[in-house]
Design a protein around this ligand. Sequence first.
Ligand code: GLC
Ligand code: GLC
Length: 649
Amino acid sequence: MSYAADSGVCLDRILASTDLSGLTKKDATTFTRRLKAHFPRLFEKYTYVYGHQYDCYFHLQKLVEILRDGSKNRKPALKKLDSQRLDSPLWYRDEEQVGMACYVDLMGPTLNDLHGKIEYFKALGVTYVHLMPLYDAPKGDSDGGYAVSDYRKVNPTLGTVKDLEKLADALQKEGINLVLDFVFNHTSDEHAWAKAALDGDKQYQNYYYLFDDRTIPDQYEHTLREIFPQVRRGSFTFNDQMEKWVWTTFNSFQWDLNYSNPEVFNAITSEMLFLANLGCAALRLDALAFIWKELGTNCENQEKAHVLIQAFNCCLQIVAPAVVFKSEAIVHPDEVLKYIDKDECQLSYNPLLMALLWNSLATRKTRLLTSSMKKSFAISDACTWVNYVRCHDDIGWTFDDAVAHEIGINPFDHRMFLNQFYTGRFDGSFANGVPFAENPSNGDCRVCGSLASLCGLEGALKDNDAHGIDEAVKRMLLLYGITFSIGGIPLLYSSDEIGKLNDYSYRNDDSKKHDDRWVNRIAVTNEDTQLALGVTTPSNPAEVASLKVFNGLQQMIAIRKQHAIFGQAKTHILETDNQHCFAFLRENTEGEKLLAICNFSEHPQSLSRSILATLKESASKELLTGETVEINASALVLAPFQQMWLLPA
Ligand code: GLC
Ligand code: GLC
């Protein structure tokens, strides 16, 4: 085996023995052209990870066959989309883009029912719908669908693959992109591969990390983080049938795939292409930080995890270039950035912004937000952030400890405070949240709760406190407003848009009660959407608040879409002379500018007008109120929780 083998020679040999007769002439030409363009990179990545294995080239050849089959199965409409997207690859940086993530059963409750929700998406301005995992999964607890038993089968309670394709088509016709999950770190223990492993099939046992005794697991566990300490301690689960320990980073029924085996890479590529060919615009790479294990490390964000994702990206470029990757790396900010690259993940969740928005709401201070964004917001122009406030998961207090230290914040104590604050254990807190994954060994804890409950709506409604309700609504609009304006795709989490409260019913469900994230997985009913769309009128304070949130978000989204400055532009994070205010300037290549200033406190705040000088005009127009702001007046005053979107007048 020659490690330095020329990739061109290798590809020629592979092609010489690959049967392309199943492809049309045109498809064969496109396939070969794209393969030639991307194979050198794919070859480099693949041999980097698998080159030391005697059968590396055998598997590489098999991989090319998988890519060929993926091309063959790509529908003409999607091939058309491939060329369109190759012509305008930066669609995801457009001001038009607004996302929503939802569970099919909580919005539908079936895929077919979602056709009826398209009007609702459109009314809000949503152009990107992420349907959380809808694949076949174990009955009962399936980690909300993130334990996949069959990537090629839709969970029968939601519909069929045909229904999904029909929906993808209908969404596409309305200009809405479909985003699906690619859950590739693990399968459920009911996946055919896991079942074969359970039956003792050695080939499939090699698809997972199995150990005869605790020797090796113990060595790994020295340095591993526990993700769900409330369900099981450690990262391994003993399986009675095989009498082996299985690597299970998440729940015990989610078996980590063994990517040191090239067969696993190939098999998962085939599943990935199946999903890409259903007609989605992006794949959300679930738990991507965990896919490579290296003894002596925390087995997160390892170099080879990046190389593997780049290799998957090559495969996508060859077969389905219309599809981009979205990174779900909920890890240290420096590590989050490393996944973001045109050749790795073009999109990435922005967990740092998310966590620090909540931090600023609790502390009414913006120092940590400002310093952290200054350090970590800038990314490649070919990529974009997906900015969110809430999601189906917990909130982890991710920020760089070094940045906290620099401004005199003790990170450990501060995280403790945030947990106390958002679980309502801190005197004077407005939030109703639930602690999640408390780790008795090190005191770690995260927080669950809906946008509205964490912003104080639940408590204020209970106390019949009109002022508190008003403040809660303003907090929600402030946080989302920042995701609409700071740069990137804003991603609404369904049920946030109508300010729904925590749903505690999971506590009566045996398959859910151990996982408090269910408190923020909330149904959006037809009554909710009718209220939002103005078909019905609000009849109680909760509904009045819901409608205010919906209308407020709708208005901001509409404004976002009217101004190119919310699309492709650079963001400069600014210092302000008021510790309660956060500000940034957006600037595009056309010379357009937008200055956003946000007040995180419940009191009016003033700041010096010198900040307006960044707009280089004598007056500016505030987009949310339509008012003109003069530069030369005295101090600039922001009302409680007000945000200003200022354009040069
Ligand atoms: C991701 C998902 C989360 C799931 C985990 C394991 O973090 O968002 O819901 O539990 O991956 O798949
Ligand atoms: C993730 C994260 C963890 C998160 C969890 C889902 O991948 O690393 O912080 O909370 O999975 O709950």
